[in-house]
Write a protein that binds this ligand. Structure first.
Ligand code: CTP
Ligand code: MG
Length: 509
């Protein structure tokens, strides 16, 4: 059972069918709005029917507020009132949220027994009517446009029948009798699957991209911890972000952001099999020949484990602050183009003069040379030029975006490959994936709330695919199926080695 998330989730079921229990098992308490709970809040208790109007007024306000913010809301009422359903559905649809109805097809005998065991049972005739209505409501729900899911039915054994006292402590019997729903990101429209590119000679792999360095008093210990944990988890490599000042998307300007080639040198000394490189080094910071020298040195020191990501650079502030020129966008892409060509020239065997398209060098005497072929990754999804540069000079491109965006970039890259006469499978597609990974639903949303800054929670969560490890793994599967060779996973709340261990299930492919 796959329930879209975020969504407006309407529970539909007779008294005692297990709605509230199910909601508590699958959603955060703040995501569930229950007419019974609100009756208790504004009235004398859950069964205070005189408090119904007040309770539903609040319930409607909650549904309005949460759907307007794009947040999941689980409506825990009987779900049998068509007028109320229509109003909630309209709220959700105007906010772009999917409308999901979860129908509790719990055997009548189970509901009756649970009801009878309650302090204030619903009259038997009322329960009988509810049970009849639930049986008939499915077609109505479908006609109203709800995506209908059914819980229970055949699977619910009378043995799951529990007295309030015994079951309220665990409330977990549903887990064994009904299929667990998986929350899935609400389906997006568009983008046909593109034909698949081979995912590089190495097969699909995941590397960790490090963009923040909260290393406290012991930088090297912190780095060692991250690297050993990443290696142990089975990540294929580490990529370091290359910036002169910490970027606002990641942290504060006074947070440490180390020079990556120096830092990679320290990582190269550790006993790991990790590939090591940058994602990405702006072509603006250093003359291309100096990048070639640094990467070749790293390759030699690490026994051939280096890769080099280069991009055009984008943040004016850090350039000004460090006295580094910041040309126009066109100028920077020109620099990237020339840098890629220079790297190729200086990493090639021999010392002969190089006369190329943008670059001429009187000699190419660059020792030490890389151990083998040193992978060059061209960062950026610019379709006219950046992907062209990747097709011309790169071993890989690096793009960011959801599956449909990535598929489109793959198509554009392929066209460039065809035009420059490069075999398509020679240029790997890599994706930078900045992801919020939680241990459970509550942990995930706590992280979103901590990280989102002034961005709306629902927007931040969607942008960073906030979810649990299994959901991220599945999402990566889709990327690999689309032809992606390497996913660079970045954790916006990476604090230390423990976070690497926490996402270890994403490492090995
Ligand atoms: N229960 C259970 N096993 C389940 C589901 C529910 O033992 N799989 C028990 C609950 O612990 C509770 C009772 O059955 O004591 C009714 O479940 P509840 O979730 O409260 O049902 P609702 O549909 O929410 O009932 P109501 O409409 O009365 O709120
Ligand atoms: Mg309930």
């Amino acid at each position: 059972m796959q329930i879209p998330d975020p969504a407006l989730v309407l529970l539909v079921g007779a008294a005692g069918s297990g709605k509230s229990t199910w909601a508590a098992e699958h959603y955060r308490p703040t995501e569930v709005v229950s007419s019974d709970a609100l009756r208790a809040l504004v009235g004398s208790g859950t069964a205070d029917l005189d408090a119904s109007n007040d309770a539903f007024e609040i319930l409607d306000r909650v549904v309005t507020g949460r759907s307007r913010r794009g947040l999941t809301v689980v409506v825990d009422t009987l779900g049998l009132d068509a007028q109320r359903r229509a109003a909630w559905a309209a709220l959700a649809r105007s906010a772009g949220l999917p409308t999901v109805a979860v129908v509790f097809d719990t055997p009548a005998a189970v509901c009756r027994a649970r009801n009878a065991a309650r302090d204030r049972p619903v009259p038997a005739s009322v329960l009988g009517t509810q049970l009849q209505r639930v049986r008939d409501v499915r077609t109505e729900l479908e006609a109203e446009g709800w995506e209908v899911h059914v819980v229970g039915g055949e699977a619910s054994e009378p043995s799951s029948l529990g007295s309030p006292a015994s079951s309220s402590s665990t409330g977990s019997s549903a887990a064994t009798t009904t299929p667990l729903p998986t929350m899935v990101k609400a389906a997006k429209t568009g983008a046909q699957p593109s034909p698949v590119l081979p995912s590089g000679a190495h097969g699909p792999r995941v590397m960790l991209q490090i963009s923040r360095f909260p290393w406290g008093e012991h930088p090297l210990d912190w780095l060692r911890g991250i690297a050993l944990a990443a290696d142990e988890a089975g990540f294929a490599g580490l990529a370091l972000m290359d910036h002169l000042i910490q970027i606002p998307q990641v942290g504060r300007a006074w947070d440490p952001i180390p020079e990556p080639w120096v830092t990679l040198g320290a990582l190269a000394a550790l006993p790991t099999d990790l590939l090591l490189g940058t994602l990405c080094t702006p072509a603006t910071y250093r003359p291309a020949g100096i990048i070639a020298k640094a990467a070749a040195t790293l390759d030699v020191l690490s026994g051939g484990r280096a890769f080099c990501g280069v991009g055009a650079g984008w943040w004016e502030r850090e350039h000004s602050a460090f006295g580094v020129g910041f040309p126009s966008t066109t100028g920077r892409v020109d620099e990237l183009d020339a840098a890629a060509e220079t790297l190729r020239a200086l990493w090639a065997p021999g010392t002969k003069a190089y006369n190329g398209e943008r670059v001429s060098l009187p000699e190419t005497t660059c020792y030490p040379r890389p151990v083998g072929s040193l992978p060059l990754i061209i960062g950026g999804g610019g379709e006219q030029r950046t992907l062209r540069i990747a097709a011309t000079w790169g071993d890989a491109c690096n793009v960011q975006g959801d599956l449909d965006v990535v598929r489109h970039k793959i198509d554009v890259l392929r066209r460039h490959c065809d035009e420059v006469g490069r075999p398509r499978d020679e240029v790997e597609v890599t994706v930078l994936d900045v992801a919020v990974v939680g241990s459970d639903r509550d942990d995930t949303w706590t992280r979103v709330e901590r990280l989102r800054g002034r961005t709306k929670a629902a927007v931040y969560a969607a942008r960073h695919h906030a979810g649990e490890v299994a959901a991220h793994r599945e999402r990566h599967d889709r990327l690999f199926e689309a032809g992606v060779g390497t996913v660079f996973l970045a954790l916006p709340d990476l604090a230390g080695a423990r976070d690497v261990e926490r996402v270890a299930a994403l490492a090995r492919r």
